[in-house]
Design a protein around this ligand. Structure first.
Ligand code: KIV
Length: 266
């Protein structure tokens, strides 16, 4: 029997100073292989807006779409904890719709949700979600849903004062009940300081090696998405070439009559 990763497993990792891994996945078969590889948390990131749906920014994806992708990914996971990234405007207007939208993800198989940012309202959302039985992953530093107010893809927490401010926000999220916090695009030393002063684990997304975990977008890791590559992403494969080669060979075989063969017909 496969052991499922839970919020307790995640906290134990931090307590025992063991690193854990987080990768995004958006479809059933990818989730199945990522799960089989032993990744601890599979995130249905709202990055799917760009990577899987071809949108400009994460703002364009909605609750219905996230629900479909969550259902597919959850079906492929037996070991990894499944976390759905709540899309823009799905938890921002009022607490009732926030709980209801997050609950929809749990109903289709997510084990937790991720929400971005920090404010008195966000803290209340976190409290209400955890009271409802929905674990919450926080997200601080560069938060893509705030792209327009942050004024672009900018590194956050660069000065000691800015790092102190992020730590203050992280502690408030922790007190409100988050089980982990993504730190995105923060200098390594600032992320180290924040990580060392928190009880819950931090997950680095371009925040260096001292966080308790690392997250990347799977399409960057597999070398599938090629529109842009963040500086902090590492490419472990070349799926783009693989897909191109397979599709080209199929195209050639169909046109030259080599496909189908005698073994491929009834
Ligand atoms: O949307 C996403 O994929 C994310 C992670 C990379 C943290 O938020």
């Amino acid at each position: 029997m496969v052991k499922k990763v839970t919020v307790n497993t995640i906290q134990k990792y931090k307590d025992n100073q063991e690193k854990f891994s987080v990768l995004t996945a958006y479809d059933y078969s990818t989730a199945k292989y990522v799960d089989e590889a032993g990744i601890d948390i599979i995130l249905i990131g709202d990055s799917l807006a760009m990577v899987a749906l071809g949108y400009e920014t994460t703002h364009c994806v909605g609750v219905e779409e996230m629900e479909i992708f969550t259902r597919a990914v959850a079906k492929g996971c037996s070991h990894a904890m499944v976390v759905t990234d709540m899309p823009f405007l799905s938890y921002h207007t009022d607490i009732t719709s926030a709980v209801s939208n997050c609950g929809r993800m749990i109903k289709v198989g997510a084990n937790a949700v991720k929400i971005e940012g920090f404010s008195g309202y966000i803290l209340e959302v976190i409290r209400r979600l955890t009271e409802t039985g929905i674990p919450v992953m926080g997200h601080l530093g560069f938060t893509p849903q705030f792209l327009n107010t942050l004024g672009g893809y900018k590194i956050q927490g660069k000065t000691p004062e800015a790092a102190e401010e992020i730590l203050k926000q992280a502690k408030a999220l922790e007190e409100a009940g988050v089980f982990s916090i993504v730190l995105e695009m923060i200098p390594q030393e600032s992320a180290k300081y924040i990580t060392e002063n928190l009880i819950v684990p931090t997950i680095s997304c371009g925040a260096g090696k001292y966080c308790d975990a690392q997250v990347l977008v799977s399409d960057d890791v597999f070398g599938k998405f090629s529109d842009f590559k963040p500086k902090f992403a590492r490419k472990y494969g070349d799926m783009k070439s693989l897909i191109l080669n397979c599709a080209k060979q199929f195209n050639d075989d169909v046109k030259s009559g080599k496909f189908p063969s005698e073994e491929e017909i009834f």
